[in-house]
Design a protein around this ligand. Structure first.
Ligand code: ZN
Length: 198
């Protein structure tokens, strides 16, 4: 998971990624996961468990503004960061469906920023991509022990809800981190890197 190697560049058509649509509320099951044994690692769902695979394959939905400023969301975000950055897990990114919550939230390690912080991006979608592509070697916390090569866009524009600004904002990612964003945003559409790998 930590080894994402940029190998070569290939031309590709300009594309718009799919957007996450309607808003859904935290379900009782979501809240059970979020509130379970606080301050411990969240269980990471894996593809070898059929019930967990259903969650990994299901689409994730945007949170309402009220929910984004709720205690439940803050706890989910905090616990996702704690889990993905924990030495036992040591991932570059994590999407909420990977911990059993089909909500549009991802955590990405900003390997392009000073100190390489883990940051939380709710209601995220990729709204624009470069023509230029790269190949990354990827793994996934939900598919332990495997790796594969995936074509990814070099530059992407993300749109997400900024908790600090309390509104949707856009950001251009033109570094290595763009590959991590593409992998994590795929999870919100139920797409695994193995669907794209060669
Ligand atoms: Zn993954």
């Amino acid at each position: 998971m930590r080894k994402l190697i940029l190998l070569l560049f290939l031309p590709a058509a300009f594309a718009l990624a799919s957007c996450i649509g309607s808003e859904h509320k935290f379900s009782a099951q979501d809240l059970e996961i979020i509130n379970s044994t606080p301050d411990s690692l969240l269980k990471i769902y894996t593809t070898d468990n059929p019930l967990e695979m259903e969650v990994l394959r299901a689409p994730s939905y945007n949170l309402t503004k009220k929910e984004l400023h709720s205690e439940a969301f803050q706890k989910l975000a905090r616990r996702m960061v704690y889990t993905v950055s924990h030495p036992q897990v040591d991932g570059l990114g994590l999407a909420a469906p990977q911990v059993g919550v089909n909500k549009a939230v991802v955590v990405v390690q900003r390997v392009d920023k000073e100190g390489q912080p883990y940051e939380v991006y709710p209601n995220i979608s990729i709204v624009e991509t470069s023509e230029e592509m790269t190949v990354s070697e990827e793994g996934c916390l939900s598919i332990p022990g495997e790796k594969g090569y995936v074509d990814r866009y070099v530059i992407i524009v993300i749109e997400y809800y900024s908790l600090a600004e309390r509104k949707m904002v856009r950001d251009t990612i033109n570094s290595y981190a763009s590959v991590i964003f593409q992998h994590e945003v795929d999870h919100l559409d139920g797409i695994l890197y193995t669907d794209r790998s060669w």
